[in-house]
Design a protein around this ligand. Structure first.
Ligand SMILES: Cc1cc2nc3c(=O)[nH]c(=O)nc-3n(C[C@H](O)[C@H](O)[C@H](O)COP(=O)(O)OP(=O)(O)OC[C@H]3O[C@@H](n4cnc5c(N)ncnc54)[C@H](O)[C@@H]3O)c2cc1C
Length: 453
């Protein structure tokens, strides 16, 4: 392989995305150093990490077989929907199995990335000491669920106000009158936690959500439908019908009717929230209209008194260590080809800034494999990489949405259609492999879905 002019790539983050990025860079012979604020790997799945937004009761929302890295399956003894602690252990085992720890500097925060010529000057801080080093490229895998989105309340609340990113332990609900705001997957989990501890739990929803149970016929719901390659509109119809058959419609539980189609926003995969609403343990409320003292008035004129408001209102993309001008922002998100390639720079990649129902870590791994191959083949002067370089410049604004009309919400701004996205990744990966020299192919996984060590 042609050397990358002795240049090293920097990777920010040791969550699932950072780990598989390092794994693929190393596999394809690209020197790299990973930086991680926490003292270990696992990203937000390590509840003890200072940057984690995990809570004690959290389990995988997608099932283990639909989520795991293909080359590193979870054990048979691991539950279908493992707990966050099992996931942390899984990522530690993955890092050990592929010898990734030695590539990382832990307890090291990246505080500044400056572009000088074609290089990246990266300043890190470790135990108070800062240093700046020069890197040939930068892969940003700092996670998308860390910086809370906290909408302003219409009035002053005199009780306790929390965002779900600060929530860990259901003991905080003991004996309190609780109002949950928002019903994404975390909001639904947390409302169920609160139902067991609080004196009352209400949940305020601004819009309708689709609900899916975690299990159908004893199998994980995403594993039942997720492997079938059906046209998008048929997938939408089948899943909506299944949801209605299994759970009924949201309106039957006093929740708003979704004014969009299934999968145009992320569905709530939770078998318990509707059960608790049906039992009166959780009361559905409309959008908040006014707040004064402990009193909250809702859009339908009803009101309630609360001790604690917990905002499960999601997250914002946040890259505080790099000038936003470098990230080609458009609206709520950087506009990158396939959510990862900068249109102009060939050595800047936004890893894992991608969300889709069922993408899992294997989807992220395939993204990392494509990027590693691109870096390698570009250094090699390969025609395939030159072709991709042109494509990414021309098509950065196209979205791999597969024609899906995603809601125009901040959290949906980097959402892709899984099958469309994976197909695009596979196409580029195949292309990049097509002009690898024979002598080089030993270290490539010809089939990225079944990579070998
Ligand atoms: C409760 C919950 C349940 C979820 N369930 C699922 C699920 O079932 N399936 C699924 O696919 N996804 C799920 N997710 C989404 C989750 O985002 C992904 O699983 C995954 O963690 C994303 O990996 P990541 O590496 O991109 O980010 P993260 O796991 O967030 O890791 C980013 C890492 O970067 C580090 N970092 C950040 N900034 C810096 C810096 N400046 N310098 C150095 N290091 C830095 C952080 O410390 C962190 O370790 C869930 C999320 C939550 C909160």
């Amino acid at each position: 392989m042609k050397p990358l002019d002795g240049k090293t790539y920097a990777v920010i983050g040791a969550g699932p995305m950072g780990l598989c990025s390092v794994r693929n860079l190393v596999k394809h012979g690209i020197p790299c150093v990973g930086f991680e604020i926490h003292s270990d790997v696992g990203g937000l799945w390590d509840i003890d990490s200072p940057t984690s937004t995990m809570y004690e009761s959290a389990h995988l929302i997608s099932s283990k077989r639909m989520t795991e890295f293909a080359e590193f399956p979870m054990g048979e003894d691991v539950a279908l929907f493992p707990s966050h602690r099992e996931m942390r252990d899984y990522f530690r085992a993955y890092a050990n199995a592929f010898d990734l720890y030695r590539h990382y500097e832990f307890e090291t925060e990246v505080v500044q990335c400056t572009r000088v010529g074609d290089d990246w000057h990266i300043t890190t801080r470790c135990r108070g000491e800062e240093q700046t080093r020069v890197f040939g490229g930068l892969l940003i895998a700092n996670g998308t669920l860390h910086h809370p989105n906290i909408p302003e309340l219409p009035g002053a609340f005199s009780g306790e106000l929390l965002h779900s990113s600060d929530y860990r332990d259901p003991a905080i609900f003991d004996g309190k009158r609780v109002l949950l705001v928002g019903c994404g997957n975390s909001g639904a989990d947390i409302a169920v936690d609160a139902a067991h501890r609080a004196s009352s739990v209400d949940i305020s929803l601004r819009r309708g959500y689709y609900f899916l149970p975690k299990f159908i016929g004893g199998k994980a719901t995403d594993a039942v439908g997720g492997k079938l390659k059906l046209p998008r509109f048929i997938q939408q119809r089948i899943s909506a019908a299944l949801s209605k058959f299994m759970l009924g419609s949201p309106e039957q539980y006093g929740l708003p009717k979704p004014d969009y189609k299934m999968f145009e926003s992320h569905p709530v995969i939770n078998s318990l929230i509707l059960h608790h609403i049906g039992h009166g343990d959780i009361k559905a409320r409309k959008d908040i209209a006014a707040v004064a003292g402990h009193k909250v008035t809702f859009a339908d004129g009803s009101s309630g008194e609360y001790d604690l408001i917990l905002m499960a209102t999601g997250y914002k993309l946040h890259y505080p260590f790099i000038e936003s001008a470098h990230l080609n922002w458009e609206g709520f998100a950087p506009r990158m080809y396939l959510n990862v390639f900068h249109p102009e720079y060939d050595n800047l990649f936004l890893m894992g800034m991608v969300e889709a129902a069922g993408l899992g870590w294997e989807g992220r791994n395939r993204q990392a494999e494509m990027v590693a191959l691109y870096i390698r083949q570009l250094a090699h002067g390969a025609a395939s990489a030159q072709k991709l370089k042109k494509v990414k410049r021309m098509q950065a604004r196209q979205r791999a949405d597969g024609g899906m009309q995603y809601l125009k919400l901040e959290r949906m701004a980097y959402y892709v259609h899984k099958d469309t996205y994976l197909k695009a990744l596979a196409g580029h990966t195949r292309d990049l492999l097509s002009d690898c020299q024979v002598a080089d192919t030993a270290c490539f996984s010809i089939n990225p879905a079944a990579a070998t060590r």
